[in-house]
Design a binder for this molecule. Structure first.
Ligand code: AMP
Ligand code: MG
Length: 320
């Protein structure tokens, strides 16, 4: 073989290796339980090693944030806030980001979304077990420790203030979105741009899978713009609220696990809502708020967030 031919052959082989090397992407899935639910990640990565390292780091970030924001853990940063009623307290940047967004969504939803409803969420968990509505006195005591006006946010100093003793912030309607988006960011710092992270009704996606227009995600409702968008998603969050598994039926009325601040009890609307938004904490909180507002009362809220896509599905009344 002459030198020129051997050189051409060598060049050909190395180009082939480079070409497959650049395109070769492995698709890997990882699942672990965090925040009380399975968290699933789908990653497209250059190698198994990169994928598993990135997934480990992302799960560690989820655990770190859950430690701060969980109302189940007595020592969590969010639980500690209740110990100094009346004082301004500075909080970590992550918790502040969630609390500031929560306060904004609360204002824009006329207080329907409200992270101060912790005492009522606790009470409602008991109700779901006993299937008996709370005693009016117990309900009114829980209400006296809950309510949007008792919670203030100082954007300039990253500080918050709770007004009355024994308040309890419950971030169950917003933290998951924030945490999943942070997990996606962690994957990105490990070189993975094309990924999906999902848990309990919330999904966040990065760049599309290789060779595809985007990720496809199930949407509960029938709004055509949202459905079309949900077929090719990238760099966006999708949240669904009001699903049926957590309903309780008492005296012929079906109550959701989401509290209606007007009654202090589970909301009775039968709305399932899917929201698509760039910010995952906003998507999560908006879905929770809109599942209580329902399509009839949603107009004012939707005007505040014109970029957010919303799709409702209302379950039919059961036939008796
Ligand atoms: P999601 O599944 O995102 O709709 O959130 C539901 C969770 O949010 C509940 O399990 C409670 O922890 C919390 N929550 C309940 N009612 C409200 C409300 N009105 N505003 C904000 N969070 C709530
Ligand atoms: Mg939510």
């Amino acid at each position: 073989m002459n030198v020129a031919r051997a050189y051409r052959l060598l060049l050909g082989v190395s180009t082939l290796v480079l070409a497959t090397g650049a395109d070769a992407q492995v698709r890997r899935e990882f699942t672990a339980v965090h925040m009380g639910v399975p968290v699933r990640m789908v990653l497209h990565s250059s190698s198994d090693l990169v994928a598993s390292k990135a997934a480990r780091a992302a799960f560690a970030r989820i655990a770190e944030l859950d430690d701060k924001m969980s109302d189940y853990r007595p020592q969590s940063e969010v639980r500690m806030l209740s110990q100094r009623p009346g004082d301004w307290q500075t909080v970590s940047p992550d918790l502040f980001a969630v609390l500031a967004r929560a306060e904004e969504v609360s204002r824009n939803s006329g207080g329907v979304f409200d992270v101060t409803l912790g005492p009522l969420v606790q009470l409602w968990r008991e109700t779901r077990q006993t299937r008996r509505l709370p005693d009016p006195d117990v309900l009114s005591r829980a209400r006296s420790r809950s309510g949007a006006p008792m919670f203030e946010v100082d954007i300039e100093h990253s500080a918050v203030r709770l007004w009355v003793p024994n308040m309890r912030l419950d971030l169950g309607g917003i933290a998951k979105g924030y945490i999943l988006q942070e997990a996606l960011k962690t994957l990105r710092t490990h070189g993975i741009r094309s990924a999906l992270v999902e848990a309990g009704g919330d999904v966040v996606v990065g760049d599309p899978p290789p060779g595809q227009a985007g990720w496809s995600v199930f949407v509960a409702g029938g709004d055509t713009a949202t459905l079309r968008r949900a077929k090719a998603l990238s760099n966006v969050a999708v949240a669904t609220s009001g699903g049926s598994e957590q309903f309780v039926e008492i005296g012929g009325v079906r109550y959701s696990h989401i509290i209606d601040p007007r009654t202090g009890l589970g909301a009775t609307g039968r709305h399932i809502v899917t929201v698509i938004a760039e910010d995952a904490a906003l998507a999560d909180a908006a879905a929770t708020a809109l599942s209580v507002l329902g399509p009839e009362r949603a107009a004012g809220f939707r005007k505040k967030y014109p970029q957010v896509l919303v799709s409702f599905r209302t379950l039919p009344e059961p036939s008796r």
